[in-house]
Every structure is written in C-alpha cells, then in structure tokens.
Design a protein around this ligand. Sequence first.
Ligand SMILES: [Zn+2]
Length: 102
Amino acid sequence: MSRKSQTSETHSALNSLDLGTIEFMKWLISKDTHSGDTLVVVKDYFDNKYVILFDKSMSTNVIVAYRDGMPWCITCNTDDCGHVGFAICLKQDYDRNEQVIF
Ligand SMILES: [Zn+2]
C-alpha cells in the first residue's frame, strides 16, 4: 500500500527540462498562428538577465534568472524544471535572431 506523502509545493505540469523544450516548440508555432494553445506565455524577456513566464498549469508568473548565462528558476528553486528548459530555448532563439539582423 502506498500512501502519497504530503507535498506543499505548487506543481507545474512542466516538471522536466524536456517538457519545457517541447512547450517552447509549441510556443514558437503558436506565435505565428496565434492559436494561444500553449501552457506557457512569455510575458517579458530581459536579455541575459531574466525572463518572466506565465505558467497556465500553475496560474502564476514564473521568473527564470540567467546566472552567468545559465538559467535558474526562482519560482521552482531549481535548474532542471520545464521553465528552465523553456528559458534555454528562448535565449538560444533570441541570440540567433540577434546575430542575423545585419
Ligand atoms: Zn520552474
């Protein structure tokens, strides 16, 4: 018989880096199609500082800060949740777009 231990933390549906990566791909597509069918919404992005996401599965804002270029999720207090996976992809996307402007 297993009894679930009590967990006080708020759980996001994005509980792994991979799920964050998948969600980023969905977000990229929905950005073009305006479907709005994503778990994560990007609210603000400050290059190399932090990104503010809205996680619909938690109904709350999530802040991921970049420390020396490595993202850290302040909300989950970890570096391997889906928000971090999302933030890594987001940064790569911004860096890439920055380089092709000229
Ligand atoms: Zn997180």
